[in-house]
Write a protein that binds this ligand. Structure first.
Ligand code: ADP
Ligand code: MG
Length: 363
């Protein structure tokens, strides 16, 4: 079983051209900033919006002319749409009734579905009397009741508060793991996507800018958004050769020294370079030693995550360093003060543009 999407749509002020695949043995996260077109893709897959051109194919069958109610697609929409005048049980039974199932059988199956999500005791409740987490469970039960072959979850946790979100995420994880079909999770939350999905498809401004495993993204993010996502430093610019096996990357925000990739021609445009924050050292005084890259700048932000801190520096280029909390206090690092940052040329992974070489990481 698999899903193949290749669609285009033109709207005033927005154009979508998205192609991606998903197979039954993986959860795919469709990830991107707000307004990038994720929900539009969901609506196209559900059959609520017709693309100007292209196709949606599930298990080798084109869905293009199949009306929404006949598609084997279960959707949990972003803005939760439980029917306010129906009970939880009637909401879950509704898709079965709409497909002509007899009332008694539909209610029995709905009751079983609610039971499965720990909602048996709330079967008679109206949506307005349900908490956010309860409503989302009912919505999920309703999405699954028709036993769809494609499960589409559009930002399933975005309407929940932090505590309810954590609980619902566990349920989601279990649901995604056991669902016997293609699963697409739509999210703008990197943590959610990275933890629940096997593969990420990033949509930016209506275009797929990168697709791959979380590991692929960590190793070689291809856009600033993707780099931000995995929390690494990303530089883009022209690579020029230096003596002694080194290269200079001239990026928009500044220059850095990298190891010269053997396959590169001199110069090479559109080179990407990735630097892990943990490979950036911080200092109070200008560091001595062999590091080729030494920068001075203001500490813009210190964000604490557990026992580590991510330090954002207003250097040229801007850098993010990750250090221990011990280092923060030992060095007396504070927002607004200045610090030195250094890293070795070999710690910068250079990614040559596709076409000029294999496009794999070196260094
Ligand atoms: P996402 O789900 O990634 O946040 P959407 O698919 O909702 O993005 O929106 C994509 C683009 O389409 C945005 O520019 C948005 O403003 C526009 N858009 C969304 N819904 C409508 C609508 N009903 N009418 C007109 N434009 C819309
Ligand atoms: Mg959306």
């Amino acid at each position: 079983m698999s899903l193949r999407v290749d669609v285009a749509l033109q709207r005033e002020g927005f154009s979508l051209e998205a192609a991606f695949d998903a197979s039954v043995d993986e959860t795919v996260a469709l990830l991107g900033p707000n307004g990038s077109g994720k929900s539009t893709v969901v609506s196209i897959l559900a059959g609520l919006i017709r693309p100007d051109s292209g196709h949606v194919e599930l298990d080798g069958i084109r869905l293009d002319d199949v009306p929404p109610e006949e598609r084997p697609v279960g959707v949990l929409f972003q803005d939760l749409l439980l029917f306010p005048h129906l009970s939880a049980l009637e909401n879950v039974a509704f898709p079965l009734r709409a497909r002509g199932a007899a009332k008694v059988g539909a209610r029995r199956r709905a009751a079983e579905a609610l039971e499965r999500f720990g909602m048996a005791g709330r079967a008679g409740a109206r949506p307005r009397d349900l908490s956010g987490g309860e409503a989302q469970r009912v919505a999920l039960a309703r999405t699954l009741i028709t036993e769809p072959r494609l499960l589409l979850l559009d930002e399933p946790t975005s309407s929940l508060d932090v505590a309810a979100r954590a609980r619902f995420r566990r349920l989601l994880s279990e649901t995604l793991r056991t669902f016997p079909g293609v699963r697409v999770l739509v999210s703008h939350d990197p943590v959610e996507a990275m933890t629940l999905a096997d593969r990420l498809v990033v949509l930016e401004d209506g275009r797929v800018t990168q697709a791959g495993t979380p590991e692929d993204f960590r190793r070689a993010p291809r856009t600033p958004y993707a780099a931000e996502l995995v929390g690494v430093n990303l530089f883009a610019g022209r690579l020029e050769r230096l003596p002694d096996g080194a290269g200079r990357l001239v990026a928009a925000g500044g220059e850095l020294t990298v190891a010269w990739p053997p396959q590169a021609s001199d110069p090479t445009e559109d080179v990407l370079a990735v630097l892990r924050p943990a490979d950036v050292s911080l200092h109070r005084e200008c560091p001595e030693g062999s590091a080729r890259n030494v920068f001075h700048g203001r500490i813009e932000e210190i964000a604490v995550e557990g026992t580590r801190a991510r330090v954002r520096l207003g250097t040229h280029p801007a850098l993010v360093a990750e250090v221990t909390l011990g280092s923060v206090s030992r060095l007396g690092l504070a927002e607004g003060t200045a610090a030195w940052a250094s890293f070795k040329a070999v710690e910068v992974a250079v990614l040559l543009p596709q076409g000029t070489s294999t496009g794999t990481l070196v260094g």
